[in-house]
Design a protein around this ligand. Structure first.
Ligand code: NAD
Length: 497
């Protein structure tokens, strides 16, 4: 065997070797891959990385170690203006390109994401704190799937909108959160590009890395300059993008409070707007459900990605007769969840994304404890360094309590009960949000009856937190408007005659 340099851009910590058949042998664990992360990134504008006009950068930290991951540019209004100008310049040629050619670029992006899956997964986990198992098996494959799916639509839009002559909207400003960084970028960029638009994307300030690695992919596949521009920064940068003349549409995913500000800022303007906002989704367990499966569904619903999930099943409603059994099995299962190093493939619960988010979660825990409901947290130690919250639940919660009403965005569950299906529906719908819901029952008729009465954009039946590029996702009420995914997702990026 001979030691040899890595065949890809990834650096493998354990030396890679070539075996007798000439194939690469890697250490088996995905965490052995070290993605090629630059110490500093500029904005990606007009097909190249450029220094920020004001010369400012900020650090993105690994929330599990509190060590710096990389430095990124701090976007000013002037940077945003430059990116929008680049997108506007690229628009005529990109939108006039034969649709089949546009599709080919998007297919290339999808394939490259697949090829770089391990590197992107490790980078996502380092920058955001989510378990490598989730980055590797959920986020990155789904990001590729969204590009594949929308690439397929690029030359079929006249069939998607038969008789309606679909045209691109123009320059799209897209602002995304930190909970699924690359996946949210894919949700935004893939349909926009398929429909012939050009984009300016602003990733969240705590997780900019994989969007910048995606920019490197755009470079590699020779996506025409200016078709996608990426400006990094915090809220001010997002605000500048919202208010920038020359933007035809804003697509925002984030908190309801910021979504309201954006809606106010755009009221009366000609800019189109879609908002994917927060949630406080109900997960309803009927007494005829398979209890073990439902317990897994509750765990998947609220503890997946540390509960940093807009559609998290953060309110569980259990039918009274089975409440004790469900809660006791749930606690046992919670005790088995491994909290710790997100790069360890056996980890179930990674790091809380930021110090600020941990402080928010802690405030809610304090509030819940003062509210009188019963608090329980899984036992066990967490690492000394980093931001952590072990999975926890509140039992006997009153629907009026803050922890039952407000989005916590952490691994915190509010358990409540109901007696009749009617009461379950009434309690589940008693929220300003309307993003998602789950139903667990053995009875098909109950599934359809309950699902049809829930005011939620997505209703999962005997499962939870399952996503697919062909399936539209989006909310009602304070969870926003517009849909992403499926045919509905394309509609948001087309003007129809
Ligand atoms: P956030 O609203 O604080 O930030 C989201 C993005 O908006 C970030 O990129 C941020 O820099 C930017 N931003 C902040 N202030 C802005 C402003 N005034 N103008 C323009 N942009 C601004 O949300 P977050 O904390 O990053 O993400 C968590 C929230 O996102 C949760 O409420 C969650 O439910 C929601 N979310 C919703 C979905 C969905 O599809 N509905 C998906 C993921 C997350």
């Amino acid at each position: 065997m001979t030691t040899a340099p890595s065949p890809s851009r990834a650096e493998v910590i354990a030396p890679a070797t070539i075996d007798a058949s000439g194939l690469w042998e890697y250490a088996p664990a995905p965490e052995s891959v070290r993605p090629a992360i630059k110490p500093r990134y500029g904005h990606y504008i007009g097909g190249t990385f450029v220094e920020p006009i004001e010369g400012k950068h900020f650090t993105s930290f690994n929330p599990a170690t509190e060590e710096p991951v990389t430095e990124v540019a701090e976007g000013s209004a002037a940077d945003v203006a430059r990116a929008v100008e680049a997108a506007r310049e690229a628009l005529p040629a990109w939108s006039a390109l034969p649709a089949i050619e546009r599709g080919k670029y998007i297919f290339r992006i999808a394939r490259r994401i697949q090829e770089m899956g391990r590197e992107l997964a490790v980078a996502e986990t380092m920058d955001g704190g989510k378990p490598i198992r989730e980055s590797r098996d959920v986020d990155i494959p789904l990001a590729a799937q969204y590009f594949f799916y929308n690439a397929g639509w690029a030359d079929k839009l006249p069939y998607a909108f038969a008789g309606r002559n679909p045209k691109p909207v123009g320059v799209c400003g897209q602002i995304i959160p930190w909970n699924f960084p690359l996946l949210m970028a894919a949700w935004k960029l893939a349909p926009a590009l398929a429909c012939g638009n050009t984009c300016v994307l602003k990733p969240a300030e705590t997780t900019p890395l994989t969007a910048l690695m995606l920019a490197e992919i755009f470079d590699e596949i020779e996506l025409p300059a200016g078709v996608v521009n990426i400006v990094t920064g915090a809220g001010d940068t997002g605000e500048a993008l919202v208010n920038q003349p020359g933007v035809d549409k804003i697509a925002f995913t984030g908190s309801t409070s910021v979504g309201k500000k954006i809606a106010t800022a755009l009221a009366g303007s000609s800019k189109k707007l879609t908002l994917e906002l927060g949630g406080k989704s109900p997960n309803i367990i009927f007494e005829d459900a398979s209890i073990d499966q439902a317990v897994e569904g509750i765990v998947q619903g609220i503890y997946f990605n540390q509960g940093h999930v807009c559609c998290a099943g953060s309110r569980v409603f259990v039918q009274e007769g089975i409440k004790d059994e469900v809660v006791s099995k749930l606690k046992r299962r919670m005790g088995q969840l491994r909290v710790g190093d997100p790069l360890d493939k056996n980890t179930d619960i990674g790091a809380i994304n930021s110090e600020d988010q941990l402080a928010t979660i802690d405030r809610y825990l304090e509030c819940g404890m003062q509210g009188g409901s019963d608090f329980w947290q899984a036992p066990g130690e967490v690492p000394e360094q980093g931001h952590w919250c072990k999975p926890c639940l509140f039992e006997n919660v009153q629907p009026s309590e803050v922890i039952a009403r407000e989005e916590i965005f952490g691994p915190v569950l509010a358990v409540m009960t109901f007696r009749t299906p009617k009461e379950a529906i009434q309690r589940a719908n008693n929220t300003p949000y309307g993003l998602a819901a789950g139903i667990w029952t053995d009875k098909g008729s109950k599934i359809f009856d309950t699902a049809s009465k829930l005011k939620a954009g997505v209703v999962w039946l005997n499962t939870y937190n399952k996503f697919d590029a062909a399936s539209p996702f989006g909310g009602f009420k304070e969870s926003g408007f517009g849909r992403e995914g499926g045919l509905h997702g394309l509609r948001a990026y087309t003007n129809l005659d």
